[in-house]
Design a binder for this molecule. Structure first.
Ligand code: PAF
Length: 280
């Protein structure tokens, strides 16, 4: 069974022992309900540092009042098993009361990047994300911290916040891990009915097809419109399908540098996100 701590004091005691032995530390922050994508993050952490720590904290601050916090999947026993298999050295599972005492007030503003795309659809979401991530980083003070590229905008915001706040921590983005049919692994995939799960593959397929059309030099606005129509036909309600500058996420209709194709769409009651690099 994986070694588990729930308090900052116990976390720091363990880390102090490792630091005194000259060992490097990698942190993988998660909200639990772990899947193959998380497993790859933890395995990568173990390759990049001597010690891999995973945090599991279902962060209430990043959920809107009408979002799925109450029904978000929880699977601590299965998570512990996956972490052991992935070679994780320590699970840090703080309680909400420890993370957010009743008079907790300080929050980190993610800036303009936090207000577009996912930030426009989920107001306040990235304030909650960046606040908890900076707390986890300060509690652990790892050499590196790893995040999946599926949450591409989150990754950019964390990069920027760590740079802006001068934290001496290397942020690593890990490529999206996909199921055999191409659907990106996500904790929210468990919400999908068998029929919805079949239809959901239209999301990665549409991203691939749209990216191919754009790479061929076709009109980008038309390619995005065709992609949106394909998603709608497959049963999705499209939130956005956007081509954006890979660093600033500003929408772009020309392919002059690194760009990212990003999508968010709902199938039934489940909102899925995915993205793809378009130009290198
Ligand atoms: O990507 C997630 O699982 C969460 O947003 C994170 C980074 C663990 C913060 O709660």
């Amino acid at each position: 069974m994986i070694s588990t701590v729930t308090t900052i004091r116990d976390l720091r005691t363990t880390l102090l022992g490792w630091r005194e032995a000259g060992e490097t530390v990698a942190l993988v922050p998660t909200m639990g309900a772990l899947h193959q994508g998380h497993k790859v993050l933890v395995e990568t952490a173990g390759k990049m540092a001597k010690r891999a720590v995973t945090s599991i904290f279902l962060n209430p601050l990043q959920f809107g009042p009408k979002e799925d916090l109450a029904k978000y999947p929880r699977s601590l026993e299965a998570d512990q098993k996956l972490l052991s298999e992935a070679g994780c050295d320590l699970l840090y599972a703080p309680t909400p009361a420890d993370m957010y005492p009743p008079d907790f007030a300080a929050k980190i503003d993610p800036g303009p990047l936090g207000t577009i795309l996912e930030g426009a659809a989920r107001p306040g979401h990235f304030t909650g994300v960046v606040t908890v991530v900076i707390k986890l980083l300060l509690q652990t003070m790892p050499d590196i911290a790893l995040f999946g590229e599926k949450d591409y905008q989150q990754l950019l915001i964390i990069h920027r916040a760590v740079r802006d706040l001068d934290l001496p921590i290397h942020i690593v983005g890990v490529p999206i891990v996909r199921d055999t049919d191409g659907l990106a692994f996500s904790s929210r995939n468990v919400y999908l009915s068998p029929d919805e799960r079949k239809c959901a593959v239209a999301l990665p397929n549409t991203l691939q097809e749209t990216a191919a059309t754009i790479r061929e030099g076709k009109d980008i606005a038309a390619a995005l419109k065709t992609g949106q129509d394909k998603l709608t036909k497959a049963g999705f309600t499209v939130d956005y399908l956007e081509l954006a500058d890979a660093h600033t996420l500003a929408p772009t209709r020309t392919l002059t540098g690194p760009a990212r194709l990003l999508a968010a769409a709902k199938i039934g009651a489940t909102r899925l996100i995915d993205n793809l690099a378009v130009a290198g």
